[in-house]
Design a protein around this ligand. Structure first.
Ligand SMILES: Cc1cc2nc3c(=O)[nH]c(=O)nc-3n(C[C@H](O)[C@H](O)[C@H](O)COP(=O)(O)OP(=O)(O)OC[C@H]3O[C@@H](n4cnc5c(N)ncnc54)[C@H](O)[C@@H]3O)c2cc1C
Length: 488
């Protein structure tokens, strides 16, 4: 049985941030993740906004963690090589009712310590972004956009660099205690033992909490659907545009440029039973078309390149249905457990602040010895299409694989794909390569390059072509040979 000081259940942005922060100390740390990669669930299914923190109740963990995570992100993005732009954000209004709510949120932002928020008129909005809908707006300069896939991967890779172990395809199915108080976690890949366990299981956090001996929490998955718009639309989108909050203080459909130049339109919001059913509904997409056009003047069908969905794990009070704050707890009656429940938005922005609180709870209960070898820096894969002409020429001179373009839409080279195939987490799916390089994220959505990437995974890792998957489980790229079992 493998034995660790700390095991984290769930390798999303939050679990990986916890792993990274724990490797600052001399601890053996493992992450058990049921999926093929770290960003297949909520951490890879969101808007990628670095929230400013004006939406949340003053004093709440959501407000504190968002403001803290926002303030440090220039430094974090630099350390971890994460694509990030501090774009600011417009929250636009049309009516007197909207204006009153926007004024309320400027005041709330002030109480939470959000810098520089101001109400601006249409003339000023036109200077910032003429494509934004609305008659007036809050301008919030501290908001930003980041690549949520790369951020999650970067946290995980940095944790691995500093000694953490990732066990993918490893689902925790139950837990027991040994006589000495240590935990035994039963998984789809055998048993693991540890002194501390951190529950960072996202949509499954209530279920895992129950397994660990803390029953009673309720997670309501609240789904959100999106359109992804082509980079041609991205040319018009300078800043994320959100509508004035609803009466329940949530945001409706927004239009957000991505760090790579696409535009996301969504999400909508509705309760579902199965948070991991990521299908989208025609009615939902029709609704996004209508509400998105109010936010973004270039919302045209010709720009749509794909859809996706994610689900917010909302922690609700079962008696009232009221949505709760993030829950970060370590209870004396259930020792050796740090429990994270209801880490919904702004969970991406808050991943490192949450992680520091988790480490703080462990440190209050035992002395932690600093790891002198901890290195906070992680380098990502060099992106050919972002390099200058001179730099591109140098790359091709040094490695001929930079001279072969595999994904034509996003200009991703063979060298980048090979680097991604040999990633530090050992992820070897076609989607794993996609989120690391952007290959197949362009207008043709992999029509040209997916089969070539499959062949490269087969060659580089010496696999049978029938062993390569799009993502996990039965998502075969090829199930066999049409003609007699030759090489693909
Ligand atoms: C539509 C939408 C938009 C959002 N927009 C933003 C935004 O713009 N900015 C922002 O800050 N936040 C945003 N969020 C919130 C943010 O995405 C989440 O709070 C954050 O990603 C949560 O990270 P996590 O690691 O807790 O969860 P996850 O990424 O879901 O990770 C949990 C992991 O646990 C694994 N797991 C579950 N059960 C088990 C088990 N039994 N055994 C092993 N592994 C298990 C899962 O496979 C998963 O990988 C948004 C969320 C949604 C849904």
């Amino acid at each position: 049985m493998q034995d660790y000081d700390v095991i984290i259940i769930g390798g999303g942005a939050v679990g990986s941030a916890v792993a990274r922060e724990l490797t600052r100390y001399r601890l053996s740390v493992a992450v058990l993740e049921k999926e093929s990669d770290v960003c297949t669930q909520t951490s890879g299914r969101n808007t990628g906004m670095l929230h400013a923190g004006f939406l949340y109740k003053p004093g709440s963990l959501k407000a504190q963690c968002a403001v803290e995570g926002n303030a440090e992100f220039d430094q974090v993005a630099k350390e971890l090589d994460v694509p990030f732009k501090r774009t600011g954000k417009l929250i636009v209004g049309f009516s007197d009712e909207d204006r009153a709510r926007l004024e309320y949120f400027i005041e709330r932002g002030r109480q939470n310590g959000v810098p520089g928020m101001a109400l601006i008129d249409r003339q000023r909005m036109d200077e910032i972004d003429p494509s934004a809908g609305g008659n007036f707006a809050i301008h919030c300069p501290s908001s930003g956009i980041l690549d949520p896939f790369i951020y999650t991967i970067a946290l995980a890779e940095n944790a691995v660099k500093n000694g953490a172990r990732y066990h993918l395809y490893t689902e925790v199915t139950g837990a027991d205690r040994l006589d000495d108080g240590r935990h035994v976690l039963h998984t789809s890949r055998g048993d693991f033992a540890c002194r501390w366990v951190v529950n960072s299981a996202g949509l499954n956090s209530a279920k895992v909490s129950d397994m660990l001996g803390i029953p009673g929490y309720v997670i309501q998955p609240v789904k959100g659907e999106y359109f992804v718009l082509d980079k041609k639309a991205g040319a018009f989108a300078k800043i994320p545009v959100y509508p004035a909050p609803t009466a329940k203080f949530t945001f409706d459909t927004h239009a957000t440029p991505t760090v790579d130049g696409n535009v996301l339109v969504g999400p909508n919001s509705f309760n579902v039973e199965d948070g991991e059913d990521y299908s989208v509904r025609q009615s939902g997409m029709d609704g996004l078309q209508e509400s998105g056009a109010r936010m973004f003047k270039h919302m045209k069908r010709e720009y749509y390149i794909r859809t996706f969905a994610g689900a917010r794990p909302k922690h609700i009070d079962p008696a009232t249905g009221e949505i709760q704050d993030f829950l970060i707890e370590c209870r004396d009656d259930v020792p050796g457990v740090v429990n994270l429940v209801g880490i919904e938005s702004p969970g991406l922005t808050s991943a490192l602040p949450i992680a520091r609180r988790v480490v703080g709870m462990i440190r209050e209960r035992e002395a932690l010895v600093p790891n002198p070898g901890f290195d906070p820096v992680r380098h990502g894969i060099v992106r050919f299409h972002e390099a200058s002409r001179e730099e591109q020429a140098r790359l091709v001179r040094e490695n001929a694989d930079y001279g072969e373009i595999v994904c034509r839409c996003e200009t991703v080279t063979r060298a980048e794909i090979i680097a991604a195939i040999h990633n530090p987490l050992g992820v070897c799916t076609v989607n794993g390569i996609k989120v690391r390089t952007r290959a197949s994220m362009g207008r043709c959505q992999g029509g040209y390059c997916e089969t070539r990437i499959t062949a490269m995974i087969r060659e580089e890792l010496d696999k049978a072509v029938t062993d390569v998957r799009l993502t996990n489980g039965n998502s075969y790229m090829f199930t066999g040979y049409v003609k007699g079992g030759g090489q693909a």
